[in-house]
Write a protein that binds this ligand. Structure first.
Ligand code: GAL
Length: 781
C-alpha cells in the first residue's frame, strides 16, 4: 500500500517541544506537499531568511495488521528531518536530496495517530554541500512528495534492473526481513503485454526495442516476492534497454551510435518556492531542455534531483549525469566524510534504474584531490552499479583521476576568439575520456534585459565553445553553465542573490543564448531566431547598424526591406566550421534593392562602403576608408556629404527613418519555413503560453507554468516593458507567487497550482497588464 500522504498537513514555521506533546496550535496553517517551508521573493532576500525549523503535522487513522510493517518515506526534505509518531521520537535523518525512511510499525496505534515531522533547514557544516561557501541555495521544507507505505514483514528493500541494447537483463535486489523460504519471480511487460517471466539474476529478451533519444522506449519490470506459495508483494520499475560506451578517443556512444554530448547544467531552483515544485513542473523543465533548447544531456549540478525530473528525462529521451551534493569543499571531519560516502550510496540507489542516467558524479564539484575519500566513493558506486561510469568534476587540469571519466570545467573562453583549451592540455585525463562539464557562467553573466551587444556577445561565446566541443573528437561533449538563472548566497551572483548565468532566466524565459543550443539540437523542427531587432535605430551605440545574427537550422535566410527582396544569406561555415548549424550573418542591408543606375561592380563596392559605415558608425570611418573608397566616391559624385548622407539614409534604417519594415524568411530543403517582420508598431498584444489546461490532483497537487509576453503588432517582445502585471484567479487554482508583480524585460511567468476538488471543476486565471487582458480557463480534476 502506498497512500497519498501529501494533502492537508498542519504547518508551523517553527518548533516548540509543546508541539510534540500536544500537537500544533489551532493557528497552524493547512498546507499541501511539496511545501517550501517559506516562500521567497524572486530576488533580494537573504539565505538566512529560510534557514529555520519547520513543523509539519498530520493525523491519520490506522488499523494495525501484525503481518505488516509501516514506513513513512520522504523523497526530499531540506536538510534534516526528525520524526515523531504519537509523541515517540523516531530519530533524525539527513533527508536533503534523498529518499528517507522512518519505520512507524512499533509506534503506530489502532485508530487515530499523530505524526509530526520537524524539518531543520539550517545549513549544517557537517553535511555536504555545507562547510564552506556554496554557489547555490538549498532552500527549505518538505519539498518533494511523502509516502505512507505498508509493507509485508519481509519485503523488497531494493531492486535494480539494467537492460542492454541486445536485450540482456541483469537484476540485483536486496530483501529486508526474514529471507528464508523467500523467492522472487520477475516479469517484463511492454504495456500490458507480458514478454517474459523468469527467476534468477539475468535473462535475455529477443526482439526488444532499445531506448533511444528520439524513441525512448520504456518497459515495465515487475518483481513478485513469494514466501513459499504466498505472494507477499510486488514492485514495479519502469526501465529501458540501452547500452552506453565512452571511448577515450572517439567519444560517447548510445546503442553504438556516436553522439556528441551537448548539455546544460540544471539547478532545481524555481522562483518563490525554491525546489518545492510538483512533478509536472519538474517535467516541464525537462521538456524545455529537450524540446525547446534541443540539448541531449543535463548535469544535475550539484546534487541528485527529483524522481519526477528523471522520470520525465526517461520518457522523452534526455540523458542525465548526476552528482553528489557538494561545492568545492571537502570536510576534514569524520562525520562530514561519512555523510558524503553515505550520500554516494543513497544517490546510486535512488537513480540507478533510470535509463536516462549515463554516469555518476562521485566527486564534490571542483574539489581538490583526496585519494582516500574518492577511492571509497568510486568503490561504493561501482559495487552498487557496475554498468555505469563514474566521473569527477575538476577546475584544474592535473589531478589524480580515480574515476572513469575526467570531467573538467573549462572557463578559458573570455572572448569570441577562444572556445576551449585543447584536450592535450588536460594532463590528468591520462588516456581517459574527457567531458567538459561547465563553461561560460561567471565568465559572461547576461540578463535577458541586457543590451543587444551584450546578448550577442553571450550568444557568440556559447557558439564558440560549442564549435570547439564539436571540433575535438576527444571531448565527449560540453555542458554549458547553465540552464536557468538561480538564487545563490550573498558572496556570489549580482548582489541580489541571483546568478544570471542561465540561457534561460529564473522564470524560464529564454535568452538569445538558448537558441544557440536549439540551433544545434537533433530533431528540432526547422526554425530561425533573430538576435536583435533591425528596425530599432536607437538600441545600439552611435545608432549603428551592424550585421544581424540569425540562429537556426535553416539552409539559408532572405532579407526584405519594405517587402522588397534584399539578399539571401548563408551559414557562416568559415568561423564556425564544426557546428552542425553555424549561425547566419545578415550583413548586407541593401543587396538587390540598390536602384541607382551604376554598373554592377560599382554598386557592389558602394554597398560595401555603406554597409561598412552602418556597421562601424560614421565616427569610425577614417582616412583609411576614404583612401580606399575615395576614387569610387569621386567617380559616382558621392564625395559630396549631403548626397552620400541621402543615399545612406535611403537604404539604412537609422535615426529618424520612418515606416521601414524588415522581414526575414528562413528556408530548409527549398521550402520557406517561417517569416518574421520587424517594424515600428504602436499595437500591443498579450501573448500567453500555458503548458497545459488541465491540472490533476493526484499523488500531490498539480501545477503548471504560463509564460507571458507583451508583444507589438509584429509579435516582437516589448523588451523594455516593466509595467505592473495583475493576476486574478477564480475557482480551485492558486498562484505560487504574488498576484501583483512587474514584467521583467516584457515578460513574466506564472506558476499555478491546483487546489483539491471533490469533483471536476473549472478555474479561470485573468492576467492584466499595460491595458491588456487575457483570461485562461483550466480544468481541475
Ligand atoms: C563553477 C561552479 C558552478 C558555478 C559556476 C559559475 O566553478 O562549478 O557551480 O559556480 O562556476 O560560473
Amino acid at each position: 500500500m502506498d497512500q497519498h500522504f501529501n494533502y492537508g498537513w498542519g504547518f508551523m514555521p517553527d518548533f516548540h517541544d509543546l508541539y510534540r506533546e500536544r500537537g500544533l496550535p489551532l493557528s497552524a496553517e493547512r498546507v499541501d506537499l511539496p511545501h517550501p517551508g517559506k516562500r521567497m521573493p524572486l530576488h533580494y532576500f537573504g539565505e538566512a531568511d529560510y534557514q529555520d525549523l519547520f513543523s509539519y503535522e498530520k493525523c491519520f487513522a490506522y488499523k494495525k495488521d501484525p503481518s505488516k510493517r509501516l514506513f513513512l518515506e520522504l523523497e526530499g526534505a531540506m536538510v534534516k528531518t526528525r520524526c515523531y509518531l504519537n509523541g515517540v521520537d523516531l530519530g533524525e535523518r539527513i533527508s536533503s536530496y534523498f529518499p528517507t525512511s522512518f519505520e512507524l510499525t512499533d509506534a503506530v496505534k489502532d485508530g487515530e495517530n499523530r505524526l509530526l515531522l520537524v524539518v531543520d533547514s539550517r545549513e549544517d557544516p557537517l553535511i555536504p554541500p555545507f562547510g564552506g561557501s556554496v554557489d547555490y541555495l538549498t532552500f527549505a521544507g518538505i519539498y518533494r512528495p511523502v509516502h505512507l507505505l505498508e509493507r509485508p514483514k519481509t519485503f523488497i528493500k531494493d531492486l535494480y534492473v539494467s537492460g542492454s541494447m541486445e536485450g540482456f537483463l541483469k537484476v540485483q535486489w536486496e530483501l529486508e526481513g526474514d529471507p528464508s523460504d523467500a523467492h522472487l519471480r520477475f516479469e517484463v511487460f511492454d504495456g500490458d503485454r507480458s514478454l517474459i517471466s523468469f527467476e534468477g539474476k539475468d535473462a535475455l529478451l529477443k526482439g526488444i526495442t532499445p531506448w533511444e533519444l528520439d524513441a525512448p522506449k520504456l518497459y515495465l519490470f515487475k518483481a513478485s516476492l513469494y514466501k513459499g506459495e504466498t505472494l507477499l508483494e510486488t514492485k514495479e520499475v519502469p526501465f529501458g534497454f540501452r547500452s552506453i560506451r565512452f571511448d577515450k578517443k572517439k567519444g560517447f556512444f548510445l546503442n553504438e551510435k556516436h553522439r556528441k554530448l551537448i548539455g546544460l547544467n540544471r539547478h532545481q531552483n524555481f522562483p518563490y518556492v525554491g525546489a518545492a515544485m510538483p512533478s509536472s513542473v519538474q517535467g516541464i523543465d525537462a521538456d524545455l531542455l529537450k524540446r525547446e533548447a534541443g540539448i541531449n544531456l543535463v548535469r544535475t549540478s550539484h546534487y541528485p534531483q527529483s524522481e519526477a525530473f528523471l522520470s520525465r528525462c526517461d520518457a522523452i529521451g534526455l540523458l542525465v549525469i548526476d552528482e553528489v551534493p557538494g561545492w568545492q569543499h571537502i570536510g576534514k571531519e569524520e562525520e562530514w566524510r561519512s555523510n558524503f560516502l553515505s550520500m554516494i550510496e543513497r544517490m546510486v540507489r535512488k537513480e540507478r534504474n533510470h535509463p536516462c542516467l549515463i554516469g555518476y558524479g562521485t566527486r564534490v564539484d571542483e574539489s581538490p584531490d583526496d585519494h582516500e575519500l574518492y577511492s571509497q566513493a568510486v568503490a561504493i558506486a561501482k559495487k552498487l552499479d557496475p554498468y555505469r561510469p563514474t566521473l569527477g568534476v575538476r577546475n584544474f587540469k592535473s589531478s589524480e583521476c580515480l574515476e572513469d571519466i575526467y570531467a573538467y570545467n573549462d572557463f578559458s573562453c573570455h572572448s569570441q576568439e577562444h572556445g576551449l583549451d585543447k584536450p592535450s592540455s588536460i594532463h590528468g585525463a591520462k588516456g581517459k575520456p574527457i567531458l567538459i562539464s561547465e563553461f561560460m557562467g561567471h565568465m559572461y553573466p547576461t540578463k535577458s534585459t541586457d543590451s543587444v551587444d551584450r546578448r550577442l556577445e553571450h550568444v557568440l561565446r556559447h557558439l564558440r565553445v560549442l564549435d570547439d566541443a564539436f571540433k575535438y573528437d576527444r571531448y565527449l561533449g560540453a555542458i554549458g553553465w547553465c540552464a536557468f538563472d538561480y538564487n545563490t548566497h550573498a558572496n556570489f551572483g549580482s548582489g541580489d542573490h541571483v546568478c544570471y548565468h542561465g540561457v534561460y532566466d529564473i522564470q524560464r524565459e529564454p535568452k538569445d543564448a538558448m537558441y544557440a543550443y536549439r540551433s544545434q539540437g537533433e530533431g528540432i523542427a526547422p526554425f530561425f531566431w533573430v538576435c536583435g531587432d533591425p528596425s530599432m535605430p536607437g538600441d545600439i551605440d552611435e545608432s549603428r547598424k551592424p550585421p544581424l545574427l540569425v540562429l537556426g537550422n535553416c539552409d539559408y535566410v532572405t532579407l526584405y526591406r519594405n517587402g522588397s527582396f534584399v539578399q539571401a544569406f548563408y551559414p557562416d561555415k568559415k568561423d564556425f566550421s564544426h557546428l552542425p548549424h553555424p549561425p547566419i550573418w545578415v550583413d548586407d542591408w541593401i543587396g538587390a534593392s540598390f536602384e541607382e543606375p551604376y554598373s554592377p561592380k560599382t554598386k557592389k563596392k558602394l554597398r560595401q562602403f555603406l554597409n561598412h559605415i552602418a556597421a562601424e558608425g560614421v565616427a569610425h570611418v577614417g582616412p583609411k576608408d576614404y583612401l580606399h573608397y575615395g576614387p569610387l566616391l569621386l567617380r559616382t559624385g558621392l564625395a559630396n556629404v549631403e548626397k552620400l548622407t541621402a543615399l545612406f539614409t535611403k537604404y539604412m534604417t537609422s535615426w529618424g527613418s520612418e515606416g521601414v519594415t524588415y522581414t526575414i524568411k528562413g528556408y530548409k530543403d527549398g521550402r520557406e519555413i517561417g517569416s518574421k517582420t520587424y517594424g515600428q508598431s504602436a499595437e500591443k498584444a498579450l501573448w500567453v503560453d500555458p503548458f497545459g489546461d488541465t491540472l490533476l490532483n493526484g499523488e500531490t497537487y498539480d501545477a503548471t507554468m504560463v509564460r507571458l509576453r507583451v508583444v507589438d503588432g509584429y509579435g516582437t517582445k516589448l523588451r523594455y516593458a516593466d509595467a505592473l502585471c495583475h493576476v486574478e484567479t477564480k475557482g480551485p487554482i492558486a498562484l505560487l507567487g504574488p498576484a501583483d508583480f512587474p514584467l521583467r524585460g516584457g515578460s513574466a511567468t506564472l506558476y499555478l497550482r491546483s487546489l483539491p476538488v471533490s469533483e471536476p471543476s473549472l478555474a479561470e486565471v485573468t492576467i492584466t497588464t499595460m491595458g491588456l487582458s487575457r483570461t485562461l480557463a483550466f480544468r481541475i480534476l
